[in-house]
Design a protein around this ligand. Structure first.
Ligand SMILES: *Cc1c(COP(=O)(O)O)cnc(C)c1O
Length: 377
């Protein structure tokens, strides 16, 4: 029977990427590894459109956020923490543990963080050292306009971005957008199994890292950079199998013209949202321009959402609930990986059946029509 993992991380790993994980192990102190590492970093630079490659280390997305905070913030630094959901709160919590002075700024779940709000916060806190912001807020399905937000942030304030669920699925250009620290990981838009954390720093980010004493040993980014520059190696044992897999996934992504790659994600997301609305369901994010091309959240009564999740799971489609206070009132469907009409039909047909099982009578014809308009438009 069909089984599809539609949770917002980890995502379904394409078969050929999964197979790379079975490649014979190589020593991480070998020319073979250095060649793999060099190529992987070059492709990541192409994807992010940056010159200096990111640092890769064993870890999840949370580990990457931790690495940003440990390497770029010192206890007592004043930091504005912008949050529009569970991951914004997590980033804040990590900064708090680092002992920084956090100015929290929240917007309601389902809404985005815009430049006006940020400009106001900066004006009110002149001695701000850094701004923390989430690019794609996976708990709500909001894509924040980072490129507009950074325009209102003064040059001497570091911009640290949680891009865990955006890299690979949406354009994410830290250098162009004047970001100083970007954190991501392997298991979402990059279509790989979980286990690889990544951090990219701007020249200013590296300067700052040189001034901050990093309290952790294994997440000291400077050491990673040193070993890369000296020998194209990592200081400690890297998750080699994941390197093989990520190298393959990146080749896949980069084999498409970028604009087509991003456009197809957006079209799918619009099509899915329109179809779900036609089924009578409500997207959590009301403003279509803020809807994430990677994950769609439906909000509704607890009984409805639980029922849909449960029957989808019985029919082989695993989706996610919400997080935090809205845990039971959300259904989250991930589409970070490439999907098209067949997947859309399968998801919508299955949601329709789930609703029928719950005694509802949604019309199916209009559903596909609504999706078609958005997918082809
Ligand atoms: C998934 C996710 C994280 C956490 O990643 P883990 O790999 O679960 O540690 C952080 N931020 C965002 C936006 C995410 O989507």
């Amino acid at each position: 029977m069909t089984r599809m993992l539609l949770t917002p991380g980890p995502v379904e790993v394409p078969h050929h990427v999964a197979l790379e994980g079975a490649t014979r192990m190589i020593s991480h102190r070998s020319g073979q590894f250095s060649a793999l590492y060099r190529e992987l970093l070059a492709d990541l630079c192409r994807l992010l459109e940056v010159e200096e490659p990111p640092v890769l280390f064993p870890g999840s997305g949370t580990g990457a956020l931790d690495a940003l905070c440990q390497n770029l913030l010192s206890p007592g630094d004043r930091v504005i923490s912008l949050s529009c959901g569970a991951f914004g709160h997590r980033f804040r919590e990590i900064a708090l543990r680092r002992g920084v002075d956090v100015i929290p700024l929240d917007v309601p779940w389902g809404e985005g963080i815009g430049p006006d709000l940020v400009a106001q916060a900066i004006r009110a806190n002149r001695d701000t050292r850094a701004v923390l912001i989430t690019h794609n807020e996976t708990s709500t399905g909001v894509l924040n306009p980072i490129e507009l937000v950074t325009e209102v942030i003064p040059d001497d304030v570091l911009v640290l971005v949680d891009a865990v669920s955006s890299v690979g699925a949406v354009p994410c250009l830290p250098s162009k957008w004047r970001v100083d620290g970007l954190a991501t990981s392997s298991q979402k838009g990059l279509m790989c199994p979980p286990g690889l954390g990544m951090v990219w720093l701007s020249p200013r980010g590296w300067e700052r890292a040189a001034q901050v004493s990093c309290p952790t040993y294994s997440l000291d980014l400077k050491l990673y950079r040193l070993h890369r520059e000296r020998a194209m190696e990592t200081p400690y044992t890297p998750p080699v199998s994941l390197y093989f897999q990520l190298a393959r996934a990146l080749k896949d992504i980069l084999s498409h013209p970028k604009e087509t790659w991003w456009r197809d994600r957006r079209r799918f997301s619009r099509g899915l949202c329109a179809a779900l609305e036609a089924l009578g369901l409500s997207p959590l994010v009301k403003d279509p321009s803020l809807r994430s091309p990677g994950v769609t959240a439906i909000v509704g009564e607890e009984g409805l959402c639980k029922g849909i999740r449960k029957s989808l799971a019985q029919m082989g489609l695993q989706v996610a609930s919400g997080q935090g206070d809205v845990k039971d009132r959300l259904v989250r469907i991930a589409h970070y990986t490439p999907m098209g009409w067949p997947e859309l039909s399968m998801i919508c047909g299955t949601v329709w059946k789930a609703m029928v099982e719950m005694g509802m009578r949604p019309e199916m014809d209009r559903v596909m029509e609504a999706a078609l308009v958005e997918m082809e438009g």
